[in-house]
Ligand binder design. Structure first.
Ligand code: GLA
Length: 389
């Protein structure tokens, strides 16, 4: 073995690595924290993490995506980050939850993240960062947990350390993804399964580039509005535990402020759409019929949940005029970010370029677009080998 290889192996001693994919919210908008059933798909792009053990109890966090934002600290005293270092809160929250559960390493480490995932496009880079951090730390600490607990750790980190009251769609999809399948999550029971997608269909993401920072956005307000609507409904019917399980008839006959009714209507009807979609998938409905359910979801986001923006509405309108587009909708939290177009597999790069050009004529900036494959979920790999395809 030549000297450079020997030095490399010495440097990499004890190194561990993990990958977690980004995800596309396929259907089930804002249902997760309302106890609904959601559909997501893990994609073939994500976050890679490499961790090396260090002596002592200091750690460092580095991401290639955030210039000049390396974070150093002590495991004995975790500190919340702000400004350009705030990306590190997704890792720090995970370290804290794992420490509380006795799962974190007691010795220091360095964790380096790299990515091929477009940032701020509603593809949940944050959940992927959390999952990669958790998997690297588990390996360093020689601990193992179930995928379900992994999801729980990461969601708790985001709720409590980052401060976003999200559900488990992002972490659950990234953890449980499988090739060519959508992940179905029953969020009230925290149950995960997968469903095959119709063959010959593709996913395209058109990213408006409009800043999608959920922590600063109306996400928390929408969450609160849903909880307020739920408490009003519970006064009439105490057996309702989650907004997503409220019957439409009860919602419509209950008096509540108009904004709350609209948010609740979106949630209740979105749950019906998800159920219809799953039923259709299981009964081999034609993809065009299934796709129209996605487009109806967008209409409801735009009118009832009011988490769309004109640029997203414009993209959905453009896309759904195309024969090869089965359905299109905003994906993720909303208030900017990206549109998912579910298409036949014959939808081409050239057709995507035409859509982008039409958009640019109207908005004077071009959306980024990408096509993704439904892919397998998060996992660890040997850092001395390439992760398997
Ligand atoms: C974001 C959140 C998810 C989910 C979606 C909306 O992606 O992180 O938990 O609530 O928005 O469906």
């Amino acid at each position: 073995m030549d000297k450079s290889k020997e030095d490399y192996l010495e440097f990499m001693k004890g190194a561990v690595a993990a990958f977690a994919p980004g995800r596309i919210e396929f259907l089930g908008n804002h249902l997760d924290y309302n106890g609904g059933i959601v559909l997501g798909t893990a994609i073939n792009a994500g976050i890679y993490g490499l961790a090396l053990p260090m002596e002592g109890t200091d750690f460092s966090l580095f991401s290639e995506s955030f210039e000049g934002a390396k974070i150093s600290g002590s495991l004995k005293n975790l500190e919340k980050q702000s400004g350009k270092k705030s990306w590190g809160n997704y890792c720090l929250g995970v370290i804290r939850v794992m420490q509380d559960r006795g799962l974190a390493p007691l010795h220091g480490f360095s964790l380096t993240l790299s990515t091929d995932l477009p940032m701020s496009a509603g593809l949940s880079s944050s959940a992927a960062v959390e999952l990669v951090t958790a998997q690297c730390l588990l390996q360093l600490a020689k601990q193992q947990v179930s995928k379900k607990e992994l999801v729980n750790i990461c969601r708790k980190a985001e709720n409590e350390w980052v401060g976003l009251p999200c559900g488990i769609l992002d972490q659950g999809t990234s953890a449980f993804g499988e090739n060519d399948r959508v992940v179905q999550i029953d969020c009230s029971k925290e149950e995960f399964s997968t469903l095959p997608l119709p063959p010959e269909t593709s996913f395209w993401i058109f990213d408006t580039g409009i800043k999608h920072d959920l922590v600063d956005s109306h996400y928390g307000i929408r969450n609160q509005e849903c909880m307020d609507a739920l408490s009003i409904l519970q006064k009439n019917n105490q057996s309702i535990k989650y907004l997503a399980e409220c019957p439409s008839s009860l919602l419509e006959e209950t008096d509540m402020p108009e904004n709350l009714k609209k948010r609740a209507r979106h949630v209740v009807e979105e749950q019906n759409r998800v159920n219809l979609f799953i039923h259709g998938l299981n009964n081999e409905s034609v993809p065009k019929e299934l796709g129209s359910i996605l487009t109806e979801s967008h209409t409801s986001s735009s009118h009832n949940f009011e988490n769309s923006v004109p640029e997203l509405d414009f993209l959905v309108d453009l896309l759904t005029k195309e024969e090869k587009v089965l359905g299109a909708r905003l994906t993720g939290g909303g208030f900017g970010g990206a549109v998912l177009a579910w298409t036949t597999s014959s939808f081409s790069q050239q057709e995507a370029v035409s859509i982008a050009q039409e958009y640019e004529k109207k908005w004077q900036h071009s959306p980024n677009f990408h096509s993704f494959l439904p892919s397998k979920g998060a996992g660890s790999y040997d850092p001395l080998l390439k992760p398997e395809e």
